[in-house]
Design a protein around this ligand. Structure first.
Ligand code: GOI
Length: 512
């Protein structure tokens, strides 16, 4: 009886989702993306703009870190010119148009708008640049999705200590006000901060990036504390002064690999869950959970370790009940970057003190997972589906925008590994949408163009458009993956033969 009802319900749902259009494809209920589903491509200011000291832009921490430590960048390069998007943004927009993207996720350089980091001096030429970019996007009906902060903190604010100093939350709120005021008439999707998890890594390990500190287990926790406050302040500012007239939506982009138990032992399953809390719940729980604040497991373990180190209080700062309340609920949708999966096993590793050590988790990869040009990026499509399900279970079914997903190689126009990556991850995304009912409304490919890949310089390419950095014209040339995405977007479906017969069979492996 119950089974019959369940089957009837399943049949009704399948009919609802358009299965009548064709037979199931490769285990997928449908190859079609849902109505209204949005496709976009992403970049970040520091990685593409160049013009690092032109038109009034101030110095930021990545300018400083790359100039002071060229030996810390894989190819000794910097982003002084990068893709020169400051002068060539129309070519970027043309690439978006040619591929058929619905939206463009780009970031604004804080130092280009506020060279000193603070609002006592607003650089008109900075405003002018982003106004022209927005005009160009609007002319082509491409929706802007704008990140306010993608890691490039103005150097004068770092000189005050950077994110570990709580005053930076106020300066971020001021910066957000300038952006809402000048661009909010046209920008309806705001991302306050990109990947706090990645930002704090560079307070823990100097070689990973700017600001380049080695204050693991202390400054990284303090930086996170201010980042969450800064995000919440910007969100409430929008609520109070801009939402009514501008009618946009505000979120923060969080990222994490899916953390899969290394073995099926109870210890490893618990370790994987702990890792999800330490590497994702750390930011998601204060914002999206019903009770707010940091995950209990973090508060407990970090307190215990801190006391054992002879400290009188936890290295993890505490939120007052007022702050817990202020931060909770400060997102209109769930913005999520996903690239890869890692195993988690119970055990202790990492420096004393450090987030890694506090977590009590040893992370690793399966040697069978296909590689990319980036040592951290393995191709594990099913991890995306598992992560989306975990987000839904943990935080409720808020609409999700995937704000980054992409693959690195060493260059070349015939990037079939990248096509395979996009197609296999999009297949898992469709399963999450149709089978698991995850509420995902958009997908963003990282990246529109090859660009400055932070500490990896120009050695790891993520673009669907090639940029030859030794060509003075820095022409944007479509790779095969751009053609594949163009077809997917045109048909709003994972149409067959996306590898264009370059391979004998489409090498798309369905992992169930
Ligand atoms: C996005 O972040 C980002 O938003 C974009 O701007 C970016 O272009 C895009 O990713 C592509 O990268 C194994 C010590 C290998 C040294 C494990 C400790 C290397 C080196 C873990 C810790 C990992 C995507 C850096 C999320 C930062 C890459 C977060 C992925 C470097 C490692 C390490 C590791 C380490 N992460 N990022 N790394």
């Amino acid at each position: 009886m119950a089974a019959t009802a369940a089957m009837a319900l399943a049949a009704a749902l399948l009919a609802l989702f358009g299965l009548s259009r064709g037979s199931p494809q490769g285990g997928l209920p449908s190859r079609d993306f849902p109505p209204g589903f949005m496709f976009g491509a992403a970049t970040a200011a520091f990685q593409i703009e160049g013009a690092w000291n032109l038109s009034g832009k101030g110095e930021n921490i990545w300018d400083r870190w790359t100039h002071q430590h060229p030996d810390w960048v894989a190819d000794g390069s910097n982003a002084d010119v990068a893709c020169d998007s400051f002068h060539r943004f129309k070519e970027d927009v043309q690439a978006l148009v040619d591929t058929g993207f619905d939206f463009y996720r780009f970031s604004i350089s804080w130092s280009r708008i506020l060279p000193r980091g603070t609002v006592d001096y607003v650089n008109e030429e900075g405003l002018w640049y982003y106004n022209r970019l927005l005009t160009e996007l609007m002319a082509h009906r491409i929706t802007p999705v704008v990140t306010m902060f993608h890691w490039d903190l103005p150097q004068p604010l770092q000189d005050l200590g950077g994110w570990p100093n709580p005053v930076i939350a106020d300066y971020f709120e001021d910066y957000a006000r300038i952006l809402f005021r000048h661009f909010g008439d046209r920008v309806k999707y705001w991302i306050t901060i990109n990947e706090p998890a990645s930002i704090i890594e560079s307070y823990a390990n100097s070689r990973l990036g700017a600001p380049g500190l080695d204050d693991h287990g202390v400054a990284d926790y303090q930086a996170s504390h201010t980042l969450l406050k800064a995000h919440a302040k910007a969100y409430h500012l929008y609520d109070k002064y801009f939402r009514k007239t501008q009618k946009g939506r505000v979120s923060i982009t969080l990222n994490s690999a899916w953390l899969e138990p290394r073995t099926n032992s109870q210890e490893d399953r618990q370790a994987a869950e702990r890792a999800r809390q330490f590497y994702f719940g750390y930011w998601a729980h204060p914002i999206y959970s019903k009770i707010g604040d940091y995950p209990a497991v973090m508060k407990e373990r970090i307190m215990r370790n801190s006391l054992a180190e002879g400290r009188f209080r936890s290295r993890l700062p505490e939120f007052s009940p007022q702050w817990v309340k202020f931060i909770r609920g400060t997102a209109d949708f769930f913005a999520y970057n996903h690239y890869t999966t890692r195993y988690a096993a119970s055990g202790t590793e990492g420096e004393i003190p450090s987030l890694q050590r506090d977590s009590g988790v040893i992370r690793s990869y399966d040697p069978k997972w296909p590689s990319s040009a980036s040592s951290w990026l393995k191709v594990v499509p099913w991890g995306l589906r598992k992560m989306l399900n975990w987000i839904k279970k943990e935080y409720g079914n808020l609409p999700v925008l995937i704000t980054e997903n992409g693959f690195s190689d060493h260059g070349g126009l015939h990037d079939k590994d990248r096509i395979n990556y996009f197609v296999s991850y999009l297949q898992e995304l469709l399963k999450a949408i149709y089978i698991d009912k995850c509420n995902v409304f958009g997908y963003t490919a990282w990246s529109l163009v090859d660009n400055f890949e932070w500490a990896r310089g120009y050695t790891e390419k993520f673009g669907i458009y090639q940029v030859n950095f030794t060509d003075p014209n820095l022409a944007r040339i479509p790779k095969d993956s751009a053609q594949a995405l163009r077809k997917i977007i045109k048909h709003r479906a994972l149409v067959p033969n996306l590898l264009q017969g370059e391979m004998p069979e489409p090498r798309v492996v369905l992992v169930t």
